[in-house]
Write a protein that binds this ligand. Structure first.
Ligand code: FAD
Ligand code: DLZ
Ligand code: SF4
Length: 523
């Protein structure tokens, strides 16, 4: 029976479920560039280029196999602008008996798909996305009956089930987790690998021209675009990472350095998330490096845990908890997002650096996201929905299934501790220990109050005081609460007064245009 197979922008895998059983003679593969997806948050320019260029290359590869691909471009004058409108229009071009699609990565698109059978009058088969280690049903069984979820226990089950880094039923090396070895600061003489960049070809350059005109006001630089947009190039990026960066990935996984946004990180999340690489092949490549003796166990375990553990865990939580998950605000945070998240114009050097990296590359590594921009948003009490919209917009790898649990749960503690056992709140001392950012700052991480006091120090104690009702009973927060309670009352008053003055000075939205202002922002 002739089938219309819709392939979305993050379904770019040849073995994606929607293409299973494809009949090249009778079926049509539909791919659509649509305004609604390019603007539901003001995506970084590089993110739009990455997805549209990867889609165009994927369509070419399918055509090379003799498959009938109906590809609708963003600038097609007849383009109706949404998945639904383009599906309806495609049905006027093709006589098909049914529609097949892989389940999407976002709740809002899933809800849209539920209406398609009624709208089209055709059967719509929404197939499970089997590119993950842990099917949704498997996660639900693990989650059943638990009040709070903890990644570490989930991860151990995934290790056992996949056999990754297992020896005779036991974890390789005798330990499940080597995180304690992975928290070193970057040595001064560290030699960092040069990272692969992929020069845009004619297809990608055409998309860059489109984006630089149509999305000129969106956040982010486009000139530096060097992401892979084909599977062949993504595989080259994987090989390069395994050979050049993985061996040192572990020790300094949490380090940050001015002018060095990539350090030893994989830079693989965009490829994993749109389907140019599979999670299984990436984990197997890392495991093979360890078995061959070219990368140490602490690095390989740390890396595999991010994918087999964290990535699968946050996806499980997303689908298990949505749509209610996005609505909670356990710490009642209500402050608007400061404008410097878009402009980078702030005298807090760490924030200026991370926003600057994000603007240049549509990338920041995990600790930059968690402990700089995330930590600030948590301590300053920014409204979770605004923080989430920012993260979803600015990173090339951002899709809601992975962004939301990381921001809502891990960063903002807005789920009240479902995902993490305590908030990742830290004072300036943490940033000073893990980076060289403070050396160039107007503030001093060692100064706690008064002139030059690092705002993270003031905000940390204010956060502790403000959220005592919710957090002081948490055993993992016992130490900061003991310290706060033991602090001399005059000092407490001074900290709270200075923190309040700092927060009052934060500027949510400047009157005039600012560098980095996104064209459309509907938060
Ligand atoms: P590496 O450090 O090399 O890690 C290897 C891989 O592990 C990554 O490619 C990624 O697939 C996976 N991974 C690592 N940490 C996580 C995690 N916490 N959750 C899920 N996967 C993880 N990742 C996204 O893919 N999309 C997002 O939108 C996203 N938003 C985030 C927002 C916040 C506030 C935080 C704290 C983390 C977020 N992450 C997100 C997770 C992580 O920061 C990125 O996956 C990572 O920085 C990608 O760069 P990399 O490939 O160099 O990662
Ligand atoms: C993110 C994105 C963008 C910017 N543009 C498109 C697009 O034009 N067409 C498309 O199929 N997908 C796009 N995407 C990815 C979708 O937003 C993604 O498939 C949904 O969010 C579901 O995960
Ligand atoms: Fe950031 Fe404080 Fe260090 Fe400045 S002193 S870079 S604000 S942590």
């Amino acid at each position: 029976m002739p089938t219309l197979r819709l392939v979305l922008g993050d379904h770019l895998s040849r073995d994606v479920a929607a293409l299973d059983g494809l009949d090249a003679a009778g079926d049509v593969v539909l791919m659509v560039e649509v305004a609604a997806e390019t603007t539901y948050v003001p995506h970084h320019k590089q993110k739009i280029v990455f997805i549209l260029a990867a889609m165009r290359h994927f369509a070419e590869a399918l055509r090379g196999e003799g498959i009938n691909v109906d590809y609708v471009r963003l600038d097609d004058p007849a383009n109706g602008g949404s998945f639904t409108s383009e599906l309806m229009r495609a049905l006027t071009r093709h006589a098909v008996d049914r529609i097949v699609v892989t389940e999407p990565g976002e709740w809002r698109v899933r809800a849209m798909m539920e209406d398609w059978a009624a709208a089209t009058g055709l059967p719509v088969e929404i197939r499970e996305d089997d590119r993950f280690f842990c099917p949704r049903g498997r996660f639900a069984r693990w989650a059943e009956g638990r009040k709070a979820f903890r990644m570490e226990f989930f991860y151990r089950e995934m290790r056992r089930e996949t056999g990754l880094l297992m020896e005779g039923g036991q974890p390789a090396g005798g330990q499940w987790n080597y995180d304690a070895e992975n928290r070193k600061a970057l040595p001064k003489d560290a030699r960092l690998p040069r990272r692969l960049r992929f020069a845009p070809d004619a297809i990608t350059r055409a998309v860059m021209d489109l984006v630089s005109t149509r999305f000129a006001g969106h956040f982010g630089d486009l000139e530096a675009f060097g992401w892979a947009v084909t599977r062949a190039d993504a595989l080259m990026a994987l090989d390069h990472f395994i050979a050049e960066a993985l061996p040192a990935f572990g020790d300094v996984q949490d380090a940050m350095k001015r002018g060095e946004p990539f350090l030893y990180h994989g830079l693989l999340s965009p490829y994993l998330n749109v389907g140019l690489l599979t999670a299984r092949e990436v984990c197997l490549a890392a495991e093979t490096a360890w078995r061959r003796g070219t990368a140490p166990l602490n690095a390989v375990e740390g890396f595999i845990r991010q994918i087999l553990g964290w990535r699968e865990y946050v996806r499980g939580i997303y689908w298990h908890q949505m749509p209610a998950y996005a609505e909670t605000n356990a710490l009642n945070a209500t402050r608007p997002l400061p404008w410097f998240y878009w402009s980078g114009e702030t005298d807090l050097a760490c924030l200026a650096e991370v926003v600057g990296d994000t603007r240049r590359n549509a990338y920041a590594h995990h600790i930059q996201r968690l402990m700089v921009t995330g930590n600030f948003a948590l301590l300053a009490g920014i409204r979770p929905a605004e923080v989430e919209a920012w993260y979803l917009a600015v990173y090339v790898d951002a899709f809601e299934w992975v962004e939301l649990p990381n921001v809502h749960g891990m960063v903002m503690f807005a789920d009240g501790g479902l995902l993490a056992s305590k908030p990742y709140a830290a004072s300036g001392a943490y940033i000073d220990r893990m980076s060289d950012y403070c050396a160039g700052c107007a503030y001093d991480p060692k100064v706690k109050i008064g002139k030059g006091a690092c705002p993270f120090n003031l905000l940390y104690w204010r956060f502790i005081a403000e959220n005592a009702g919710t957090l002081s009973g948490n055993p993992r927060m016992a130490m900061p609460y003991r310290t706060w309670e033991g602090m001399e009352s005059g000092r407490k008053v001074q900290i709270l007064t200075e923190a309040r003055a700092f927060l009052d000075g934060l500027d949510a939205r400047p009157a005039g245009p600012s560098r980095g202002r996104p064209a459309m922002l509907d938060l």
